[in-house]
Write a protein that binds this ligand. Structure first.
Ligand SMILES: Nc1ncnc2c1ncn2[C@@H]1O[C@H](COP(=O)(O)OP(=O)(O)OP(=O)(O)O)[C@@H](O)[C@H]1O
Ligand SMILES: [Mg+2]
Length: 262
């Protein structure tokens, strides 16, 4: 059974997509059969891991709109920088803008929060990990990701002083969906675009995380221009800048996340 790692935060621009991409690539580099599932209609992760494609005929929208579906037909090899450079062990289940509507329509279905988890059951024997890139909201797509999750990673940077706004209500939604029992997912917050120079903001965030007894990963991902340079070429930074500080941080973050269930 594949382990499902979701990257979620209702706040926009906090590094969800970058984290999902790099964690997925790191897992594939460890030889783990990994699928990145994009459930954000913006499709940013799909663009990067397809080597720059914008249009996808088939997408995760079908998971929400079709009741009978062979999920494996939606999956394609993931690529590094161009469509002809496939990444070993890494696959992509892309998103497109049909997803917004599909999710709205799915709101009337029974057991609507479990649609994604059920779809994963069709494919998870052939995979070690499924990484899900979530949209910046708490809609039914997010709820489905939480229902399917074994591990929830919550990147929190990008909002400066306001980085932790909304975290409380998100954690509450997670708890309402999954409770605190044995099969509840493990949730960890982490610094995703960490700028050492912003010491005042950093101290404020550290204080709030400590006072709120927020479970946190020790690895921090630095604010690095190599990340955005890589994205411009549709490459994960762990591939684009192999051996860089930020690539090493993503490797450690991935190991730390995976170890949560060991
Ligand atoms: N560690 C980093 N260093 C520098 N830039 C980063 C880093 N992580 C992400 N970024 C940049 O910050 C922006 C937002 O990142 P990303 O798209 O991963 O966030 P997101 O939470 O997925 O956004 P959205 O909510 O819109 O889906 C992007 O331009 C990305 O390239
Ligand atoms: Mg994103």
């Amino acid at each position: 059974m594949a382990i499902v790692i979701i990257v979620a935060n209702q706040k926009g621009g906090v590094g969800k997509t970058n984290t999902a991409i790099n964690v997925a690539v790191c897992l594939s580099l460890k030889g783990k059969r990994t699928l990145l599932t994009d459930i954000d209609p913006q499709g940013n992760a799909s663009r990067v891991l397809s080597g720059g494609r914008f249009a996808f005929e088939r997408s995760s929208a079908e998971i929400f709109s079709e009741k009978k579906l062979d999920v494996s037909e939606l999956i394609e090899p993931a690529c590094d920088g161009s469509p002809d450079k496939e990444i070993d062990n890494l696959y992509l289940l892309p998103a497109n803008d049909a997803l917004s509507n599909a999710i709205k329509i799915a709101a009337t279905r029974v057991r609507r929060e479990s649609i994604l988890a059920n779809a994963f059951k069709q494919i998870d024997d052939e995979l070690d990990y499924i990484v899900v890139d979530c949209p910046p909201n708490k809609d039914l797509g997010f709820q489905n990701a939480v229902t399917a999750a074994d591990i929830i990673l919550v990147p929190i940077d990008g909002g400066g002083d306001f980085s932790l706004d909304g975290i409380g209500s998100m954690l509450q939604s997670i708890e309402e969906l999954r409770g605190e029992g044995d099969d509840a997912p493990v949730m960890r917050v982490f610094r995703s675009i960490y700028d050492v120079r912003k010491s005042k903001v950093n101290n404020k965030i550290t204080k709030e995380l400590t006072e709120g007894e927020m479970p946190t990963l020790t690895t921090k991902i630095s604010d690095s221009t190599q990340v955005s340079q890589g994205i411009l070429e549709n490459r994960a930074v762990v591939k684009f800048a192999k051996g860089s500080v930020v690539a090493g941080q993503f490797q450690r973050l991935t190991s730390e996340a995976v170890a949560l269930l060991e």
